[in-house]
Design a protein around this ligand. Structure first.
Ligand code: ARG
Length: 436
């Protein structure tokens, strides 16, 4: 076709403007790799081409056709997966802060110190391939501020759901002053609350100040000063009230529980997930199934606590408590896998260094999960627990463009996930060591 000269002239004159427009327009990106772990179907697919417009995936194709006009990120022989999800982290602290003097972190640091360091831990977590996390417990609402800064795009970090200060009984796992002189007073904003009215009020306070999820301590714990490691610390009435109140406000509930009795009380109260789940018994497994409760087992922690925490100056009683739950937790995790429980990936990172989250996968496969099951725990299952199952945890149209890639085969060698070479969150590349 021949164009009239005037039209040609106009077209030539406009060409630079059109080009400038295209530069400014939201970029279409195409990510190509050799394989994709399709976590929804539970199988690996070859030669994926993922089309991304803005922060969302718009298409996944396998016909080798790269749509024209897109920026191509070619990851060669790598394997793509959805961004990983950790349902239990504490981005406001890291064991690296405790270097032999256990009391220094407690007595010489404030919420401002936590807030200064938290962005570093958030970045390490994102760099390790975890594009979504649930932060289960942070005093002073440092977690809310961190989430908001990430959401605004002020600092890099994973998508965060946060709990604010975890609720707990006086003298229990959430009470940092247990064992101190009664004359010592801290002016932090914590979650200590006793009695039905007080716990209801405390739930409302957390919702008011920006919590996405409610966390409470159903039982004693390891890294706190009480003598027991697993005894219940709230009454059934208190647990019922916390869950009822949280659900009324549209918030899910996660509970910390090691002991068998506390786990069952929390499940009966209607919690959405039990964290640790260490000493769960047969009746507890049955109850969890009946109620559809997710169980998170932080099965890597035992290794790190037993090898490092004495050196950090933690009291011998803490190490002794860890020995009472560590091994049994792994055995009970295996029983839960066999029983077909709903299991999600939660590490309690912050007890061990941020960025090491993926080390838990190898423990999970050693104790009974297939690699695919372990990956699903950290993708589809985790997304379901977080009420985000149509947004994150899969590489499919409509989902956030949260993608990671590893050089080797993660199903043949799950430790590949400890060496993530490409991370994209919401269509923005966080890091890429794989591009050719
Ligand atoms: N935050 C937990 C607590 O202090 C950590 C427990 C870690 N131990 C374990 N075996 N998972 O109770």
């Amino acid at each position: 076709m021949r164009l009239p000269p005037l039209l040609v002239a106009i077209a030539l004159a406009l060409a630079p403007m059109v080009a400038a427009r295209a530069d400014d327009a939201p970029a279409r990106i195409v990510v190509r790799a050799a394989h994709l772990v399709d976590v929804q179907a539970g199988k690996v697919r070859d030669n994926p081409i993922v089309v991304i417009d803005g922060d969302r995936i718009t298409e996944v194709r396998y016909d080798g056709q790269v749509p024209a006009g897109a920026r191509l990120i070619d990851l060669g022989g790598a394997t793509l997966l959805p961004g990983l999800i950790d349902c239990h982290v504490h981005l406001t602290g890291d064991p690296g802060e405790v270097k032999g003097d256990y009391y220094e972190a407690i007595l010489k640091r404030s919420a401002i110190d936590s807030a200064i360091l938290a962005p570093t831990y958030a970045k390490r977590t994102l760099d390790a391939g975890f594009t979504t996390v649930r932060n289960l417990g942070a005093d002073d609402y440092v977690d809310v501020a961190l989430r908001n800064a990430i959401d605004r795009g002020d600092i890099p970090g994973p998508r965060m759901l946060v709990s604010g200060p975890p609720l707990g009984a006086t003298g229990g796992h959430a009470d940092g002053t247990t064992g101190f002189s009664p004359w010592i007073e801290f002016h932090d904003i914590n979650g200590v609350a006793d009695g039905v009215d007080a716990v209801r009020h405390r739930v409302r306070e957390n919702v008011k100040h920006g919590a996405d999820v409610i966390k409470f301590m159903a039982s004693a714990g390891v890294l706190s000063a009480e003598a027991s490691v697993g005894a219940p610390q709230y009454s059934q009435e208190e647990m019922d009230a916390i869950v009822e109140e949280a659900h009324r406000w549209g918030k899910k509930v996660a509970t910390h529980a090691h002991g068998a009795e506390a786990i069952k009380m929390a499940i009966r109260a209607g919690v959405d997930s039990v964290e640790h789940s260490s000493l769960i018994d047969d009746e507890g497994l049955k109850l969890a199934k009946q109620h559809g409760t997710y169980l998170d087992f932080d099965v890597y922690n035992d290794d790190y606590i037993l090898s490092e925490y004495a050196k950090k100056g933690f009291p011998p009683s803490t190490i002794e408590k860890e020995k009472r739950v560590g091994r049994l937790q792994r055995e009970n995790f295996q029983r839960a896998v066999k029983a077909g429980e709903k299991l999600a990936f939660g590490t309690d990172a912050g007890v061990y260094p941020h960025g090491w989250n993926a080390r838990q996968f190898a423990v999970m496969t050693h104790w009974g999960m297939t690699p695919m099951q372990a990956i699903q725990a950290a993708t589809v299952n985790a997304a379901d627990l977080l009420d985000m199952k149509d947004k994150v945890g899969a590489v499919a149209p409509g989902y956030y463009a949260d993608l990671i890639a590893v050089q080797g085969d993660p199903l043949g060698d799950i430790t590949q996930l400890e060496h993530v070479g490409f991370v994209m969150k919401g269509g923005a590349v966080d890091r890429n060591d794989l591009a050719r």
